[in-house]
Write a protein that binds this ligand. Structure first.
Ligand code: HEC
Length: 171
C-alpha cells in the first residue's frame, strides 16, 4: 500500500470513529440509543392493528421469545430483555386481488412506513418505566429527538397495570 493510501484510510478511520463516538451513525435512536434488533423479522406475531386517519397504515406487532412468553403468560410488568417490534405499512386497496372477488374488498400492506421498537431494560431506562424506544425508516433511525419523546409521553397514558404496552396477544 502506498503511503498516500495508508494516510487516506487512516483519515477515513478517524472520521468514521468520531461519527460513531457522537452517536450519529444513523443506527441508534436519540435519547435511548435503541438499535434495530437483530433478526426481528423472524419473530413471532403478537397481534395486528390498523390505524385509520393520517397514518392510514396496517401493522404487525412482533416480539422476541421473552416478549412472547410474557404475553402468553400474562406477565406484567414485562421482564427485562423484552423487545416488541411494530412494523407498519401503508394500508392499500388491492385492485389485483379485487379481480377475483365479487366487490372491491381486498386491502393489503403496501410499502413499509416505519418500524418502532420498545425494549424493556429497567436499569437503563428507569425514568420511562423501564422502556427504551426507537423508530426506524428503511433500517435507519429517525434522528428526531422531539419525535422520540412522544413515545413514552403517549404510552404512559395507559393504566400502570398494562406496563405501558397497548397490544394484547392474539392467539
Ligand atoms: C399518540 C400515542 C402514541 C405515540 C406518540 C406512540 N405510540 Fe406506540 N402505540 C400507540 C398505540 C395506541 C398502540 C397500539 C395500537 C396501534 O399500534 O395502533 C401502540 C403500539 C406500539 C407498539 C407495539 C407494542 C404496544 O405497546 O402495544 C410499539 C413497539 C410502539 N407503539 C412503539 C412506539 C414508539 C417507538 C413510539 C415513538 C417513536 C410510539 N410508539 C409512539 C400509541 C402511541
Amino acid at each position: 500500500m502506498s503511503k498516500l493510501k495508508i494516510l487516506a484510510s487512516a483519515c477515513a478511520f478517524v472520521v468514521l470513529s468520531s461519527v460513531a463516538a457522537s452517536g450519529l451513525t444513523g443506527d441508534s435512536s436519540p435519547v435511548y440509543g435503541v438499535k434495530v434488533p437483530d433478526g426481528y423479522r423472524h419473530w413471532e406475531v403478537i397481534t395486528v392493528a390498523h390505524e385509520a386517519g393520517e397514518n392510514n397504515d396496517i401493522r404487525a406487532v412482533l416480539g422476541n421469545d421473552i416478549a412472547l412468553k410474557a404475553f402468553r403468560d400474562g406477565t406484567r410488568p414485562f421482564p427485562d430483555g423484552t423487545i416488541i417490534a411494530r412494523l407498519a405499512y401503508f394500508y392499500e386497496s388491492s385492485p389485483e386481488n379485487d379481480q377475483v372477488v365479487t366487490a372491491p374488498q381486498s386491502f393489503v400492506a403496501g410499502k413499509p412506513t416505519n418500524v418502532q421498537i420498545s425494549i424493556k431494560d429497567s436499569k437503563k431506562y428507569p425514568e420511562t418505566g423501564g422502556w427504551g424506544y426507537g423508530q426506524f425508516e428503511n433500517g435507519v433511525t429517525n434522528p428526531s429527538e422531539p419525535l422520540i419523546k412522544t413515545c413514552f409521553a403517549c404510552h404512559v397514558k395507559l393504566d400502570p397495570s398494562k406496563d405501558f404496552v397497548f397490544s394484547h396477544y392474539s392467539p
